[in-house]
Ligand binder design. Structure first.
Ligand SMILES: NC(=O)c1ccc[n+]([C@@H]2O[C@H](COP(=O)([O-])OP(=O)(O)OC[C@H]3O[C@@H](n4cnc5c(N)ncnc54)[C@H](O)[C@@H]3O)[C@@H](O)[C@H]2O)c1
Length: 334
């Protein structure tokens, strides 16, 4: 008989720590593996068992599977700095693709029932709006390519070995526990950190690019509970908010939430998609999502209160840039 043990990778990270909380509420015994490269032990809720380590460490992973006989695996660990992935290609594929394959191998060998994977809307690439799960993905950067490769591998593993999977493609998730010190991603966290340091907000391009920012409470419970929804099995879901805002409007809202006005520094545009929004018809239908999502104003004010308690975090530049060519000048200065 299978137990109720689940393995959650990246559980000390932002989304992972919230998924951990919801998994505990659902009655699962939660084992977290996280190397703390981007997460924090204090994010972990009471009641999880924590192992500090790399998902790519075959021996650690094999030992854990032998000991706990996991029923489900939730694979959230990744280095998710999408824009930076062009410049750290080898690291990206090793950390985000090969480690995932290590985990998929172990999951197949140990008869895991469901493998839940957080992919990303980065798989869609440019000019596919609104992004729908039935579109042919065409990722534009190594981060998106590695996510899509893992998606394909899960499909192949299902066909060959029968392991069920559920894939989520979240986008622009924000909220409490976000790493405020990551200088490469999470614009809301970056803005809040800059405000707390009394620095101007940095915006790439003219700030007219739009994104749909998704509150963590509209994402984490769906991911955690997905294994209990039979119709979700072997499907791919966009998950997140419908409403888009421009980065300029977001900057104004973040300043209001933080109660402080600062200048905006416009930097040369980055090579990024101008607009990104996704259809959520499938996730709403499958998971019977009811009630309204958390509004951006309410979510920002909750996060701002937390950020002020945590205080500013000094940004840590990425250790080893592999290709300095075309690196945005503001990142070169870090
Ligand atoms: N936040 C978003 O808006 C968003 C959007 C789309 C997809 N995602 C995906 O969701 C997942 C979680 O993202 P997040 O925003 O919570 O990021 P995060 O950086 O806060 O969490 C990732 C966690 O994984 C850990 N980690 C990284 N590489 C590891 C490795 N090799 N072994 C063990 N632990 C490792 C980090 O220490 C961190 O705690 C990622 O897979 C990311 O690609 C996030």
């Amino acid at each position: 008989m299978k137990n109720n043990n689940v393995l959650l990778t990246g559980g000390a990270g932002f989304i992972g720590s919230h998924v951990a909380r919801h998994l505990l509420k659902l009655g699962f015994e939660v084992v977290v593996v996280d190397d703390l490269s981007g997460g924090f032990e204090e994010n972990l809720p009471d009641g999880v068992e924590f192992f500090k380590g790399d998902v790519g460490e075959t021996v650690l992973i094999e030992d854990l599977f032998k000991k706990y006989k996991f029923k489900h695996v939730y694979h959230l660990a990744a280095y998710a700095a999408e824009g930076l992935s062009h410049f750290i290609r080898e690291f990206n594929y090793r950390n985000n693709l090969l480690t995932s394959i290590n985990l998929i191998n172990a999951s197949i060998n140990h008869e895991v029932e469901t493998f839940v994977f957080t992919s990303s809307i980065a798989v869609y690439g440019r000019n596919q709006l609104p992004m729908r799960e039935d579109m042919v993905p065409f990722p534009e950067d190594p981060y998106g390519i590695s996510k899509l490769a893992v998606e394909h591998d899960l499909e192949a593993a299902h066909r060959m070995f029968g392991m069920k999977y559920i894939i989520f493609r979240p986008h622009n998730v924000y909220g409490i526990h976000q790493n405020l010190g990551d200088p490469y991603r999470n614009v809301i966290g970056i803005f809040m950190n800059q405000i707390m340091f009394g620095l101007p907000l940095t915006v790439f391009g003219d700030g007219k690019q739009t994104r749909a920012f998704s509150h963590i409470d509209d994402v984490a419970p769906i991911i955690a509970g997905s294994v209990n929804v039979p119709e979700a099995s072997c499907k791919v879901f966009n998950v997140g908010a419908d409403e888009s805002v421009s980065v300029n409007d977001l900057a104004a809202k973040v300043m209001t939430a933080m109660g402080k006005q600062v200048k905006i520094d416009y930097l040369p545009a980055r090579n990024e998609v101008q607009h990104a929004f996704a259809s959520h018809d499938l996730v709403k239908k499958t998971f019977k999502v009811d009630g309204s999502p958390v509004s951006l104003d309410a979510g920002l004010s909750e996060m701002a209160e937390w950020a002020k308690k945590v205080g500013p975090r000094k940004g840590k530049p990425f250790g080893k840039i592999e290709i300095p060519k075309n690196l945005p000048p503001s990142w070169k200065k870090l």
